[in-house]
Design a protein around this ligand. Sequence first.
Ligand SMILES: [Zn+2]
Length: 246
Amino acid sequence: PGDGVKKAFVRGDRVTAECIMPCGKCYYCKKGLYHLCDDENGFLEGGFAEYMLLPKNALIHKVSKDIPAVEAALCEPLSCSAYAVNQTGMGMEDTVVISGLGAIGMGMLQFALLRNPKRVIGIDTNDALCEIAKKLGAAEVLNPMKEDVTKRIMELTDGVGCDIYMEATGNPASVETGMNCLRKQGMLFIYSVFKKKAEIDLNQISEFKELRVIGGHLSPGAFPYTIDCLEKGKINAKVMVTDIFA
Ligand SMILES: [Zn+2]
């Protein structure tokens, strides 16, 4: 740690950092919503490197020596998944669909299973990811290239629809699928970043289903819980690592 930095860390500590560096002064920071900070330059860069400079306003968390480096490197995406799952408030009677089983979606699947809902259904077009999701405990994993996902979800829920649909693909078509397979008053939780605009029937939100549409961004407050889960072996981060380059 450099001069003038609060000595919360000592040489040899293992740490990870959040990607946002909030200004601490804007409307949202003052409200404690630091992940929505207005400072557009408040992002930490250079993470994919051997050495990294963490400025004094970086949000740094200690990682115990019990967590292998390859797993500790996944603290950030996993904390996003943890935050997203927590925001849905899912409970034991919920049928939860997680669309997209990349780093964020696979993390969502695992954190969702920790909350023990009725069932978690995964969706992805990549068979290898579908296999991993099955091994982790997804009740069913659906591939939209091979089957009618909405039809299958309606079958599994006796024609009612799922309670919560978490969007983690970034594909607008998945948002449409979510609106079609959710039950009335179900929750559409959107975490992805999209390149294209979606074409959706807004009547699904109002007249037809009275949906609740919730958004999520980054992972405020979720790092300590995520690190704790990794320390206790509650989350399998290794299964998400396909290649190691260093
Ligand atoms: Zn701010």
